[in-house]
Design a protein around this ligand. Structure first.
Ligand code: 5AD
Ligand code: SF4
Length: 375
């Protein structure tokens, strides 16, 4: 597995030839993915137990999908007719918490809850509470499409959730229906406002940028975020949904930046720029807030990846694009011992490949689509 994945991921420009070199020079933030191995400064309890892979990447970030169900059908994410997992296949909250109890001493300290749409699962504040109590967990975030957020924002905040990302690709109701194949824009806006009232800070808005589809949304979304004190984040369209993906449908980071600068205000990389974070962060020079760009295609950040993923049906995936996954549900249901579960997690991380190869002919799209992996 590893051998055919070893290529020029640590030199994106070599495999891309396009957008990376095209950034205006002031936008060239410190390279996200140059020399391997990357050794982050924050070390988990001991090197013996750390979740380290064969490229030296230390993993402290766990993304947990709690359901594959969703009340939208975003074209880039899932097919219209989708067969969802049986409820009995989903990990229970107790099983999720048990997994996290094993993973935390291995250095996992940051969790993001995802879906499908995580708020389709009942009692999410209870899960947040359970996870927040686990020693070593210092940060819990949630990524939601916002449709059900107005009803749950306060309870989630009270349970200990502090960081929230809300997906919103457009402010135009027609376009919303075109992308999400359902209505719901008003409810998402209500959800965003409820999150603000509840005290979430920062609130990040995630928009997938697709050429010819959400291209015109960049500036209205940028303005909306500035007006409401939200951080806008644009994500390059990735080949992980049901739709046939083509490179020419990706609306690239440098194009987004150019639009924002032309129509809104000049941008510069933030001073506290974190080269390990997936988002390249910029701030408006007029003080109008921040913008993040997740350039997964034009500027892959695999070399500094610190994430593992647990799917709703209890499979561990060491990469969004992984072709293999390991079952931990069985172990959890058999009440396997801590050492055994820890060993499975450690081995899964150790076997992580160098990175996705979206930009090469070797790329193989995983069978699971985004809604069943967790964004
Ligand atoms: N490309 C980029 N981002 C995607 N998401 C879902 N599918 C894709 C894709 N194909 C994002 C959603 C949401 C998060 C859960 O994942 O926009 O913000
Ligand atoms: Fe649902 Fe999120 Fe997928 Fe859209 S991107 S269909 S909101 S899971």
């Amino acid at each position: 597995m590893m051998s055919y994945k070893q290529n020029s991921m640590n030199d994106p420009a070599a495999s891309l030839g396009g957008p990376v070199g095209a950034y205006p020079s002031k936008h060239v933030a410190p390279p996200a993915s140059h020399s391997l191995p990357i050794v982050p400064q924050i070390f988990p309890p001991s090197h013996e137990s750390a979740l380290i892979d064969s490229f030296g990447r230390i993993h402290n970030n766990l993304r947990i999908s709690v359901t594959d169900r969703c009340n939208l059908r975003c074209t880039y994410c899932m097919p219209e007719d989708v067969v969802f997992m049986d409820r009995g296949e989903l990990l229970t909250f107790e099983e999720i918490a048990r997994f996290v109890e094993v993973a935390a001493p291995l250095g996992i300290d940051k969790i993001r809850l995802t879906g499908g749409e995580p708020l389709m699962r009942r009692e999410m504040p209870r899960l947040v509470c359970m996870l927040a109590r686990i020693p070593g967990i210092r940060d819990i975030g949630l990524t939601t499409n916002g449709l059900l957020l107005a009803d749950h924002a306060q309870a989630l905040y009270d349970a200990g959730l502090r960081r929230i990302n809300i997906s919103l690709d457009t402010l135009n109701p027609e376009r919303f229906r075109q992308v999400a194949r359902r209505d719901g824009l008003d409810r998402v806006i209500e959800g965003i406002l409820a999150a603000k009232r509840a005290g979430f800070e920062p609130i990040k808005i995630n928009a997938v940028s697709m050429r010819g589809i959400t291209e015109e949304e960049v500036v209205p979304l940028g303005r909306f975020a500035r007006t409401h004190g939200l951080e806008m984040r644009f994500i390059e369209y990735m080949p992980i949904g049901a739709d046939h993906w083509e490179r020419n449908k990706v609306y690239f980071a440098h194009e987004i930046l150019e639009q924002l600068e032309k129509e809104i205000a000049p941008l510069v990389p933030v001073e506290d720029y974190d080269p390990r974070a997936p988002a390249m962060e910029f701030r408006y020079t007029d003080g109008g807030g921040r913008v993040g760009i997740i350039a997964s295609v034009s500027r892959p950040f695999c070399a500094s990846c610190n994430r593992v993923r647990l799917t709703a049906d209890g499979k561990l995936r060491n990469c969004l694009f992984a072709l293999d996954e390991v079952d931990v549900k069985q172990l959890l249901r058999e009440h396997a011992g801590t050492a055994l579960i820890a060993d499975v997690i450690r081995k899964n991380v150790m076997a992580k490949w160098e990175g996705h190869e979206i930009n090469t002919a070797r790329f193989i799209k995983p069978i699971r689509t985004m809604h069943a992996i967790g964004g």
